[in-house]
Design a protein around this ligand. Structure first.
Ligand code: NAD
Length: 301
């Protein structure tokens, strides 16, 4: 049965639809279980057959052990169905892509898994369906995804919705977690955005910041990733200084991981447009015979 995006909205309101999450890893599994615990029907697709079997057996790797009660509950209630393959359904469907986006190595490019998951969804898709991309992708990927959807004969924004709503989870961050971190989102049309708001209700209380172009959403996510990478690498490099040898490398945190001086909070959340070495006494480019490349580079920049 082919239905419009407005029909899909009606079906979402009466909970007569399905969500398919592609990639049941660090990002996709907690998301799936949260949605299924809320009462949505969630099919979890992963290419790793061993992982699917252990999820069916209600068992989790130690890294995800805190999710076990939710897994047991949602498998028993039939709200969460793990599988390696997507099968045909008459219900409207929302596919959420949470697969890896590796650094290209000649064999795979960053989007190899994203487009494989999109192809898997599109094999059984129909009018009225929606794809939400959560993986961290390079600029231009959402437009390529829209082109792929159009090449199957759909009119995006009219009979098929596409969103880019990148996951922003920051492992070990005590303040910002899946359930309260605000998200940026691009949606092809208003109805798709309204549906996305309903999907993200049980995820982060629909704390979504809508932007009008996929490139803006992609740039925001890339900026955040670059910002985190630089700050984490800087702290790692500073941790190698003689001053910090034989002390806890993340010395400004207490054993309880408290950020005693609020420094990590500042590093992760407030962009500093310029950094003058004078404001960092003792942290010039050379110290104790060790070259602090990040600080030298910062002075050059
Ligand atoms: N881990 C983080 O802290 C974090 C934070 C924000 C964003 N992200 C982004 O989220 C995305 C997913 O990251 P992750 O950490 O969950 O990865 P992960 O490696 O933990 O899990 C990915 C899962 O996807 C599966 N998979 C691979 N190809 C597939 C396909 N075609 N269909 C279905 N399943 C497939 C893998 O078997 C694996 O189980 C990446 O783009 C990552 O950059 C990660």
């Amino acid at each position: 049965m082919n239905i419009s995006l407005s029909d899909t909205l009606g079906k979402v309101n009466s909970n007569d639809f399905e969500i398919i999450v592609y990639g049941l890893g660090y990002v996709g599994l907690p998301l799936s279980l949260r949605l299924a615990t809320h009462g949505f029907k969630v099919l979890g697709i992963d290419t790793d057959a061993r992982k699917i079997q252990s999820l069916k057996n209600k068992s989790l790797e130690s890294s995800h052990i805190e999710l076990e009660p939710m897994l047991k509950e949602t498998i028993s209630s039939g709200k969460f169905l793990p599988s390696t393959k997507t099968v045909v359904s008459k219900l409207p469907r929302i596919g959420i892509i949470c697969v890896p986006t590796p650094i290209p190595d000649g064999k795979v490019n960053s989007e190899t898994f994203v487009f494989a998951a999109a192809d898997e969804f599109l094999k059984t898709a129909k009018k009225g369906d929606i794809i939400i991309l959560e993986s961290s992708v390079r600029g231009g990927t959402t437009d390529e995804l829209i082109k792929k959807v159009k090449s199957k004969g759909y009119s995006t924004g009219e009979d098929f919705g596409v969103c880019f709503c990148p996951e922003r989870i920051d492992p070990l961050n005590r303040k910002w977690k899946l359930e309260n971190i605000p998200r940026i989102i691009y949606a092809t049309d208003d109805t798709t955005y309204t549906i996305a708001q309903k999907i993200y209700g049980p995820v982060n209380n629909s704390n979504l910041f809508r932007v009008s172009s996929p490139k803006v959403a992609e740039s925001v996510k890339s900026f955040e990733n670059a910002f985190r990478l630089v700050n984490i690498s800087l702290v790692n490099e500073l941790a190698m200084l003689e001053t910090f040898v034989s002390t806890d490398p993340i010395y400004i945190r207490s054993p309880k991981r408290d950020d005693i001086f609020g420094i990590f909070e500042a590093l992760m959340n407030i962009p500093i447009p310029a950094q003058d070495g004078e404001h960092m006494p003792g942290f010039r480019g050379y110290r104790g015979g060790y070259e602090i490349e990040f600080v030298i580079l910062s002075e050059v920049v």
